[in-house]
Design a protein around this ligand. Structure first.
Ligand SMILES: [Zn+2]
Length: 304
């Protein structure tokens, strides 16, 4: 009969061989808003088998497919350890992550992806334009924020990226995660939707990418010559998000859907659950359209 000490030793050896590659974060970005965005956030259930595992200011979502995990976004390089700790707090291991899907190739949403992919062995999935940016570690030349410069815009490169076409669905276990190309804030911007169930009660979840018409000082959403630029395709992206079946909206910045207020209401026992809000995607899109129209007016006024 093996001694208790021997058994403990064998268990420790087994744990050592199956542990994830330790997370090795890339250098912190330390941007002006980074410390504020990177405040810790306790993980919480969004709906069904989908959890919020991001920081207080930058979203990341973990979905349990029943046959492996899918992670959406990795926030800042300095967020990766916080996301990993949140995943562990929920009782999951990094090596259970099969795929990491991304919203848009700016350092505050994909900065932590490279480290999380290395530590988990997950495959990164992205739109065609996001895939190019991820492997380059930089937004493309037609990104509205490109004039901030390579140093400001850079993020850790991701080695292998699987491209998902527009409207293509990634199937893992019981999860069907669909990519919706929603260019505007960036050329590769992607929103994601999936149904998730709490018992028999199934809802549509939407991870909505930024629809924010913000840029550097040079870029013009209406085109450098005022001829239209990407305004029409940006409007189409906004209309797409507005039209998605949507019971639970998770924007890439949780503040865009007042997550703090929803958590406070949930803590007070509010029913129905405050995160179930069928009008949220439409309101999110309407606010973005208003901002885009304002921005285009400003560009026209400045051109006169
Ligand atoms: Zn962005």
């Amino acid at each position: 009969m093996p001694s208790r000490a021997l058994l403990a030793g064998l268990c420790a050896a087994f744990a050592a061989t199956t542990a994830a590659a330790p997370l090795q974060p890339d250098a912190a970005k330390n941007c002006r808003s980074c410390a504020e965005w990177n405040q810790p956030q306790k993980p919480f259930l969004l709906y069904g088998k989908s959890w919020y595992v991001g920081t207080h200011g930058l979203s990341s979502v973990l979905i349990d497919s029943g046959d492996g995990l899918v992670l959406l976004d990795g926030a800042l390089p300095e967020s990766a350890p916080l996301i990993a700790a949140n995943i562990a707090q929920l009782g999951f291991r990094l090596e259970q992550i099969k795929y990491i899907a991304v919203s848009h190739a700016h350092y505050d949403h994909v900065g932590g992806v490279a480290a999380l992919a290395r530590a988990s062995g997950a495959t990164v999935v992205a739109s065609a334009r996001n895939a190019q940016a991820l492997t380059a570690g930089l937004p493309p030349k037609d990104d509205p924020q490109v004039d901030f410069g390579a140093e400001a815009n850079a993020f850790p490169k991701v080695e292998n990226v699987k491209v998902l076409a527009d409207k293509e669905t990634l199937r893992v276990g019981h999860l069907a995660l669909t990519a919706h190309y929603t260019p505007g804030h960036t050329p590769g911007a992607t929103s994601w939707s999936w149904p998730d169930c709490d018992g028999e009660d199934c809802r549509d979840l939407v991870y909505a990418d930024s629809l924010n018409a913000v840029s550097d000082d040079v870029y013009r959403f209406g085109g450098a010559d005022g001829s239209g630029g990407i305004a029409a395709s940006f409007r189409a992206s906004i209309a797409r998000v507005a039209a998605l079946p949507c019971d639970v909206l998770i924007p890439v910045h949780p503040g865009f859907a007042d997550f703090d207020a929803k958590l406070a209401q949930r803590a007070k026992g509010a029913k129905p659950d405050p995160f179930i809000d069928a009008g949220a995607c439409k309101r999110y899109a309407d606010a973005a359209l208003h901002k885009l129209d304002e921005r285009l007016n400003e560009e026209r006024a400045a051109a006169k």
